[in-house]
Design a protein around this ligand. Structure first.
Ligand SMILES: *Cc1c(COP(=O)(O)O)cnc(C)c1O
Length: 454
């Protein structure tokens, strides 16, 4: 029998529910606090920014949350997504390990982001919202939300981190092709943006600044709400379709992962893949190591502090306890724009604190090296973000070669790199540098953490 490469599921196998890890955690995460009173926030505090259905999902105690049929209907455009066994990469490495990757690059936007942009747009449309405002780093989230808004007749306004806006002009064109409006951030359109530009007219921007601008825009217009592409618990919830499908596909392959690896920016694709497997770990049905990989240029989980901080630079958001480098820390403009966020999902941070998953950091050059090795064996050119996960998979597979261990490694190839070719071009031209780890800059930013007595 021919060796199988690709595990596909029928449309009927598309999950009917999202999985909420919160229902299975031994210790509940700390509360989210009001930025002024430092008291736990309630639904009304979030109502100017989010529709009620998403606020409820943010705090739900239900283990399973039903996916609305109109959302599943859009999911069917590309879901269930394929799971591949990376046989060609395994052969090139000469490893006894078996490497599987769940490929999310088949979505209209080319990444896992539409798994959450589609339900977010739908719930907003259901509640009569007319417009969504958002930020985007590498442009992945902006294009995913623009696509989702086009499905449900919503207007969409995007602030894109300036460094990426100039590096990746085609993401802007894509966002506009879906009918959305886009501005580079910092911009003159908001008070938060104007303040940054007054201090530093050449600011490359950051996700934290772009979030401040979009939150300000949404908060000042009753017909507009805000949408976030990562970090929040409802976003991680929506992404669990990835892991649920992967579990069915691994069963079809007759394998169970010993090691689940993903890249983390705000934590959503990683959580989406990992949480259904973490549930199995917690129930004693699986004993897999679950590992997050982040860039050394923005090492929230491995070097940040676990403390209450703002989600944005201007300090407009509620206070969340999470791994943070300080809300006004601006990471170097590395090519993995999607991994340049000053903090980590509070839910994922809590799970790391509980010792349920581990984290490592990689420099960008070995990641591009891994991305090219992957492209030259498996054929898919990965987005720069998942090359972090691939570099860690390859290191594990090479270690297995030494020990002879037949580990089963599962990762999420969370997006393709077709809009990131200028990063590959620079790597191939030998122009990419690994910057020293920004300890002084981080220490400085951490002195400005909000003081919270709880
Ligand atoms: C946005 C993005 C990321 C980072 O976000 P997470 O929430 O950590 O998943 C990683 N990879 C790709 C391809 C992205 O678009």
């Amino acid at each position: 029998m021919a060796e199988r490469t690709k595990y596909l599921l029928d449309e009927e196998a598309l999950p009917t529910h999202w999985y909420n890890i919160g229902a299975d955690l031994p210790v509940a995460p700390p509360p989210v606090l009001h930025p002024a009173t430092h008291e736990p926030i309630g639904p009304d505090d979030l109502a100017p920014l989010f529709p009620m259905a998403l606020i409820e999902q943010e705090v739900t105690a239900e283990r399973w949350v039903e996916i609305p049929e109109p959302v599943r209907d859009v999911y069917r455009l590309w879901r269930p997504s394929p799971l591949y066994r990376a046989r060609r990469l395994e052969r090139a490495l000469g490893t006894p390990a078996r490497i599987y990757y769940k490929y999310e690059g088949t979505s209209p936007a080319g990444s896992h982001k539409p798994n959450t942009s589609v339900p977010q747009a739908w719930y907003n449309a259901e509640e009569g919202v007319e417009r969504l405002a958002t930020e985007t780093g590498a442009g992945q989230w902006g294009s995913a939300l623009a696509f989702a808004c086009s499905q449900f007749d919503l207007d969409c306004e995007v602030w894109q981190v300036r460094a990426s806006y100039t590096q990746k002009p085609y993401r802007k064109a894509m966002i506009e092709a879906y009918g959305a409006t886009i501005h580079p951030s910092p911009s003159e359109r908001t008070e938060a943006g104007r303040k940054i530009l007054a201090d530093d007219p050449d600011s490359p921007g950051s996700l934290g600044i772009a979030i401040s601008e979009a939150v300000e825009a949404a908060g000042s217009d009753p017909d507009c709400r805000y949408a976030l592409g990562s970090v929040l618990s409802h976003v991680l919830l929506h992404q669990t379709v990835i892991g649920q499908e992967a579990m069915q596909q691994m069963a079809a392959a007759g394998d169970q992962p010993n090691l689940v690896i993903g890249c983390t920016g705000g934590g959503s694709n990683f959580a989406g893949l990992a949480f259904p497997f973490l549930r199995e770990n917690l129930a004693g049905r699986l004993d897999a190591v679950i590992r997050a990989v982040e860039p050394t240029a923005c090492p929230t989980l491995t070097r940040g502090v676990y403390a209450y901080d703002y989600g944005d630079t201007a300090g407009l958001t509620p206070l969340m306890k999470m791994h943070t480098l300080g809300h006004d820390f601006i990471p170097d403009p590395i090519h993995s724009g999607g991994l340049r966020y000053h903090a980590m999902s509070p839910l994922l941070s809590h799970i790391v604190e509980q010792g349920l998953i581990e984290a490592v950091a990689y420099d960008q050059k070995p990641c591009f090296e891994a991305g090219l090795q992957f492209a030259r064996t498996e054929g898919i050119i990965p987005a720069p973000e998942p090359t972090h996960a691939l570099a860690a998979c390859i290191d594990e597979a090479l270690a297995c070669k030494e020990t002879g261990e037949e580990k089963v490694i599962l990762t999420a190839l969370c997006g393709h790199g077709h809009f990131d070719m200028n990063a590959y071009e620079r790597y191939l031209a030998g122009e990419l540098v690994d910057r020293p780890y920004p300890q002084a800059q981080m220490d400085e930013a951490l002195t400005r953490l909000p003081r919270v007595d709880v």
